[in-house]
Design a protein around this ligand. Structure first.
Ligand code: SAM
Ligand code: MG
Length: 214
C-alpha cells in the first residue's frame, strides 16, 4: 500500500532514533532527507542558525508557524529553558498527526502545544485561548505568502513586545519578497539576513532575523 513522505519520515525516526532523545530524532530525520527523500524541514545547516538564535534569545514563549513533521519544533523545544512554552500551528491534519508522534518520540510533549488550524484563524485567539501575553520568539516557516499578513496580524493583536524576535525561513528560496521588503524598511524592526542554503541542497537560501522595536 501507498505511504506518504511524512509517514516514511516517522518510520525512519522510530527505527533510528532513541526514544526521549531529541537530538537523535533530529539526526534521524536529517539522515532520511539526505539519503532517501528531500523534505521541507529547515534542515541541519539552517537548523544550526535556528539553534543559535533560540539559545541567544532564551525565550519563555515561542510561536512556530508551520509544523510539518515537527523537525524544527523538536530542535527549538530541546533548547528551551524549563517552563518555557512552544506553540506550533499546522493546518494539515495528516502532517499534524505525524508531528504529534515525532514529538512524543522525542519526549517533548510537555513543552510543546501543537494546534491544528490556520494561522490567520488562530493568531487572533492566542491571548484568550492560550493565556499568552506576547511571544519572545516567532519562527515563520508556513506558506510564504502568509509571512507578511500574519506578521501584521501579530502586530495588531498585540502579540509582539519591544524586543520580540521574528525568525523567518526560506526568505530567498522559495522566497518571501513582500515580507523582506516590509521588514527591512519598516522603522518598527531592525533586521538582519543570515545566509545559508536551502535544506539538504547547495541552493542559496537564508533566515531573516528581525527585532520588533515597538
Ligand atoms: N517548520 C517545519 C520544519 O522546519 O521542520 C517545516 C514547515 S513546512 C515548510 C510548512 C508547513 O506549514 C506545512 O506543513 C503546511 O501544511 C503548513 N502551513 C502552511 N500554511 C499554513 C497556515 N496558514 N497555517 C497553518 N499551517 C500552515
Ligand atoms: Mg522552511
Amino acid at each position: 500500500t501507498q505511504t506518504t513522505r511524512p509517514q516514511r519520515l516517522l518510520a525512519a525516526v522510530q527505527k533510528n532514533a532513541t526514544r526521549g532523545d531529541p537530538r537523535s530524532v533530529v539526526k534521524a530525520i536529517d539522515q532520511f532527507c539526505r539519503q532517501k527523500e528531500w523534505a521541507m524541514n529547515v534542515g541541519d545547516e539552517k537548523g544550526c542558525i535556528l539553534d543559535s538564535v533560540v539559545t541567544e534569545v532564551n525565550p519563555a514563549t515561542v510561536l512556530e508557524l508551520g509544523t510539518y513533521c515537527a523537525y524544527s519544533t523538536v530542535r527549538i523545544a530541546s533548547l528551551l529553558p524549563p517552563h518555557a512554552k512552544l506553540i506550533t500551528l499546522e493546518f494539515n491534519p495528516h502532517n499534524a498527526a505525524i508531528a504529534r508522534q515525532v514529538i512524543a518520540w522525542a519526549g517533548l510533549g510537555d513543552k510543546i502545544q501543537l494546534v491544528e488550524g490556520a494561522s490567520g484563524d488562530w493568531i487572533p485567539k492566542m491571548k484568550e485561548k492560550f493565556a499568552i501575553e506576547t511571544f519572545d520568539l516567532v519562527f515563520l516557516d508556513h506558506w510564504k505568502d502568509r509571512y507578511l499578513p500574519d506578521t501584521k496580524l501579530m502586530e495588531e493583536c498585540g502579540l509582539l513586545r519591544k524586543g520580540s524576535i521574528l525568525l523567518a525561513d526560506n526568505v530567498i528560496c522559495p522566497g518571501t519578497p513582500d515580507y523582506l521588503e516590509y521588514i527591512r524598511n519598516s522603522p518598527r524592526y531592525k533586521s538582519q539576513y543570515f545566509r545559508s542554503h536551502l535544506e539538504y541542497t547547495k541552493v542559496e537560501d537564508g533566515l531573516e532575523k528581525s527585532v520588533f522595536l515597538g
